[in-house]
Unconditional design. Structure first.
Length: 212
């Protein structure tokens, strides 16, 4: 990603975040922070646009997770930690909750997060990697990327498919990867029909004009 495009991404994310705060009557962003590259990038972009004092990075304490696991010992610890962050973000006064997931993870990861602001929701995982030095996604999405031959290959096919330039784009992936992508897209389709606040950076944007 060029330096100019990086600046443009920062400008769009900042402008949309400011408008989202104004629309919701909130004064700050409560950003779910799992320590992944996406969280670091989103925090940096939002702080640059809004001021660091208006970005609350919400983490989960070990004690919170342990208390829930004590009540539900068979629950997945990672999911419990995610939900603990989500609850804490909702309880931040005068704040709009934001989830830092990238576009690839949102498209293939099943249900969309309930947070109303997805500041990196129109950045592919490979673009996040260029800006932040790494990327993250649920284990199943990482498995699909490996089957596809890497995140760059997966994102290239998804980009062609999403932009409508190549209806057969997914067929260009290895057969097992193409089948996994098709299943993932189908499983999350209903969730994607409901829009979220996503800064529009690409040609067709998840939750804005990509209703697949």
């Amino acid at each position: 990603m060029t330096e100019g495009r990086g600046r443009r991404v920062a400008e769009i994310v900042g402008a949309v975040a400011r408008q989202a705060l104004a629309d919701r009557g909130a004064s700050r962003i409560a950003l779910l922070d799992d320590g992944a590259p996406e969280a670091e990038l989103a925090a940096r972009l939002l702080a640059a646009a809004l001021g660091a004092e208006r970005v609350v990075r919400v983490t989960a304490e070990d004690g919170e997770v342990e208390s829930v696991l004590h009540l539900a010992p068979h629950a997945d610890a990672g999911r419990v930690r995610d939900e603990a962050r989500r609850l804490r973000a909702r309880l931040v006064d005068d704040a709009l909750a934001a989830h830092p997931a990238n576009k690839t993870a949102l498209l293939l990861g099943g249900e969309l997060p309930p947070e109303p602001l997805l500041p990196l929701g129109d950045l592919w995982a490979s673009e996040v990697a260029e800006l932040a030095g790494g990327w993250s996604a649920p284990p199943e999405v990482r498995r699909i990327a490996a089957l596809a031959g890497g995140i760059e290959a997966l994102d290239a096919a998804l980009r062609r498919w999403a932009d409508g330039r190549d209806a057969a784009a997914l067929a260009s992936l290895p057969a097992e990867a193409a089948e996994a992508v098709a299943r993932a897209l189908a499983s999350g389709r209903a969730s994607r029909l409901h829009p979220r606040i996503v800064p529009k950076i690409g040609t067709r944007t998840l939750g804005v004009d990509l209703f697949e």
